[in-house]
Design a binder for this molecule. Sequence first.
Ligand code: ATP
Ligand code: MG
Length: 229
Amino acid sequence: MNQSSTTPFTGITLALSKGRIFGETLPLLARAGIVPLVDPDSSRQLILPTSRPDVRLVIVRASDVPTYVQRGAADLGVAGLDVLLEQGGEGLYQPVDLRIARCRLMVAVSQGFDYEGAIGRGARLRVATKYAKLAREHFAAKGVHVDLIKLYGSMELAPLTGLADAIVDLVSSGNTLRANALEAVENIAEISSRLVVNGAAWKLYRERLAPVVEAIAQGVKETFGEEVP
Ligand code: ATP
Ligand code: MG
């Protein structure tokens, strides 16, 4: 099921990113009997064997997870809904909301900036974000004219330096916004991480993938309960 000619691995490859997503996915995988044999934070290895010889993890950038799974280099992946919405998630089946790495995609401005007033006046807003598509769609739906400024990180700095009037970014506790004298003014989307599956692999190898997908879904239920988030 792995189409690469450079590796003889024939089991299931799961792509995920280091940091928050890795840390929060680990307990769910453990409940499914999948425990990495290498710690990605202390190792430079990017392919991690697990306690199950037929399952391995590959460590990629968060925004690269869909690419690996779409192209079949990984069978499964863990990706934030933010990444999936921004990139489109074409060719991916999303069977499980993992209910981890939860946050909101929000519009934020400098404390005291009159956001509603600016919109009411029909002002053209300068908006800094790494979510160009989602930001464009959000403001287009509101009929607000924007100049989008594409950034790759540290969005909070943009209003503080005069680069932008507003940012579109992920917010969880709000501590980062507060620490930078910013305030959230609008909620765009509720975000959590999703298990994604290559759509073609799901059709061809369903009997091999489904037990792993179901075990992870069961782990989510045992961890967070049955109720809809
Ligand atoms: P990199 O840091 O490598 O540039 P990244 O910033 O996309 O990539 P992370 O910061 O680890 O990587 O974020 C990965 C995912 O975790 C995001 O796509 C999102 O789904 C989720 N996430 C990001 N920030 C938060 C947050 N503050 N609270 C909860 N979940 C978050
Ligand atoms: Mg980051």
